[in-house]
Write a protein that binds this ligand. Structure first.
Ligand SMILES: *[C@@H]1O[C@H](CO)[C@@H](O)[C@H](O)[C@H]1NC(C)=O
Ligand SMILES: *[C@@H]1O[C@H](CO)[C@@H](O)[C@H](O)[C@H]1NC(C)=O
Ligand SMILES: *[C@@H]1O[C@H](CO)[C@@H](O)[C@H](O)[C@H]1NC(C)=O
Ligand SMILES: *[C@@H]1O[C@H](CO)[C@@H](O)[C@H](O)[C@H]1NC(C)=O
Ligand SMILES: *[C@@H]1O[C@H](CO)[C@@H](O)[C@H](O)[C@H]1NC(C)=O
Ligand SMILES: *[C@@H]1O[C@H](CO)[C@@H](O)[C@H](O)[C@H]1NC(C)=O
Ligand SMILES: *[C@@H]1O[C@H](CO)[C@@H](O)[C@H](O)[C@H]1NC(C)=O
Ligand SMILES: CC(=O)N[C@H]1CO[C@H](CO)[C@@H](O)[C@@H]1O
Length: 442
């Protein structure tokens, strides 16, 4: 009974954490936007803008980021390299040279790969796609150059842009105020000389799944070798209201041809989902199967399935938290990295696809899944198949926490029947607390 209760408290804690912006598995995860003023011009400055993704497992996928801000005065963008403003705005007050953008609140997107050579700059032109830091730290950066006019021309007269926004590619990010920080020091390519930005300011943006969407965007199902019950994703895990779906691939093709939800070439939100009908109504399901039991090891099989006919998830990431993930012996057909959030607790692993092999989770249909098996060395003190211990505590797909099955439905060992009444009571109180949290956060 004690074990049941602590397992339920764990589940309760997991349920609650969905409601807060802070991500306990990645407490320092953020995206910073850094402006380095590289030179002054007669009416303003030229700045290098660098976007660093410091999030361990949340990447910015296609169609990429859109960064916006509000100018403090009547600044204009004369030109940009490596990115472009989505709208020029009203430049009618200019004669001769016309600025690239005159809007007071410009929205900027990355250029696409293959942009003309003279419009490129280091770390630009990837269609706004930025990998997660944990996946590829050296590539988790995007940059462009902007030439600003009608601005201050000294570090005392420049006014910092305000109200930064980041769409990446859907909603969910909130950006803080721009802050002047010590000027960035650059090393020349031959490493023999240091130069320095004339002025630097930083903006930090953080992600909240709650702001991104009301419902989860993935769900988890379970099965095991020791019990033939398959525990499906909870019904309507991703919300059923106002959602439509199609029964088959043929229907989806028909709708794709006649549908008018096609997305723009860059920036903005990803294409609206076209879901295959399921009881959970999620675009993505993660299935965890407890597959084999050896003397010193055990093996879990993980399958990720795409139910969205309009999405290939490129560079997907999967994060799982389980007390035995600190003793991973082997991971088959996925790449893997431990995530150590608090120094000593090492129970979380990030999985992602092998490049050119399964780093793309294809649209719904016969190829719309990726699979792996994980071999773990049994943790001597705590290992058990009882009380659902072998199932993960938390699962994230692409940085969003997935809905777990209802805690009273976990497959259990044939001889371990739960104390039905108290379980139900605890579960329903968990639901009440979770709904209260939801009301507070909404
Ligand atoms: C942003 O993330 C970096 C890297 O993890 C960290 O050093 C920095 O303190 C974070 N900034 C904020 C404002 O949280
Ligand atoms: C500003 O951002 C840069 C790059 O993202 C980072 O290295 C630096 O630590 C940040 N500075 C502060 C004071 O946050
Ligand atoms: C920035 O946003 C806040 C809240 O949305 C708004 O009150 C303020 O007027 C905005 N500032 C500028 C300069 O647009
Ligand atoms: C502005 O420049 C002066 C020297 O020209 C320097 O002492 C000062 O720290 C700079 N201020 C900022 C905010 O960079
Ligand atoms: C997904 O990728 C496949 C193969 O590259 C392509 O044929 C298909 O059109 C793509 N689907 C979407 C929705 O982008
Ligand atoms: C965390 O666990 C992984 C997988 O067993 C191991 O390779 C890594 O060394 C561990 N790290 C720490 C800090 O314990
Ligand atoms: C398998 O687990 C389910 C709970 O998910 C339970 O109802 C069932 O009795 C278990 N099967 C056996 C054979 O114990
Ligand atoms: C059985 C076994 O190898 N357990 C190890 C699991 O990992 C932790 C921390 O990495 C070790 O302390 C255990 O000895």
């Amino acid at each position: 009974m004690e074990v049941t209760r602590s397992a339920l408290l764990l589940v309760l804690a997991a349920t609650l954490s969905v409601a807060v912006a802070y991500d306990p598995l990645d407490p320092n995860g953020n995206i910073t936007i850094k402006w380095d003023v590289m030179s002054w011009t007669p009416d303003g400055y030229v700045a290098m803008v660098t976007i660093n993704n410091y999030q361990m497992y949340r990447h910015i996928m296609a169609p990429g980021w859109t960064v916006g801000w509000t100018w403090a005065r009547s600044e204009v963008i004369w030109s940009m390299v490596g990115a472009q403003a989505t709208e020029q705005g009203d430049c009618s007050r200019f004669k001769g040279n016309i600025p690239h953008c005159c809007k007071r609140t410009p929205a900027v997107v990355d250029l696409l790969p293959g942009a003309p050579y003279n419009q490129q700059i280091a770390n630009c032109c990837r269609g706004g796609v930025v990998p997660a830091y944990g996946q590829d730290p050296s590539a988790a950066v995007s940059a462009f150059q902007v030439s600003v006019g009608q601005a201050g021309t000294t570090n005392r007269t420049v006014k910092l842009p305000k109200n930064f926004t980041l769409v990446g590619p859907g909603p969910g990010y909130t950006c803080g105020r721009a802050k002047v920080v010590p000027s960035t020091v650059f090393l020349t390519p031959d490493h023999r000389r240091k130069t320095q930005a004339l002025m630097t300011w930083n903006v930090t943006c953080t992600y909240s799944q709650h702001l991104a969407s009301k419902y989860p965007s993935c769900c988890v199902s379970f099965s095991s070798f020791y019990n033939e019950t398959i525990v499906p994703c909870a019904k309507c895990s991703c919300g059923c209201e106002h959602k439509s779906c199609v029964r088959s691939e043929r229907d989806s093709k028909r709708l794709t041809v006649t549908g008018k939800h096609a997305r723009g070439h860059s920036g903005g939100a990803p294409a609206a989902a076209l879901l295959q009908c399921t009881t959970h109504m999620c675009p993505v399901r993660v299935h965890w199967h407890v597959k084999l039991n050896y003397k010193e090891y055990w093996r879990a099989k993980i399958t990720v399935t795409n139910f969205n006919y309009r999405m290939n998830y490129t560079g997907w990431t999967l994060v799982a938290q389980h007390p035995n993930l600190d003793n991973i012996t082997e991971v088959f057909s996925f790449d893997y990295k431990p995530i150590v959030a608090y120094g000593s607790i090492n129970d979380t692993a990030m999985f992602y696809g092998l490049k050119y092999f399964n780093d793309q989770l294809m649209e719904a249909g016969p190829h719309g899944n990726v699979q792996s098996e994980v071999l773990m060395r049994k943790d001597a003190g705590t290992f058990t198949f009882r009380q659902g211990w072998a199932f993960p505590r938390k699962v994230y797909f692409n940085g969003d926490e997935c809905q777990m099955p209802s805690p009273d439905s976990y497959p259990f060992l044939p001889n371990a029947a739960p104390a039905a009444t108290s379980t139900v009571a605890l579960v329903s109180s968990a639901v009440v607390v979770a709904s209260l949290m939801f009301l507070i956060m909404a």
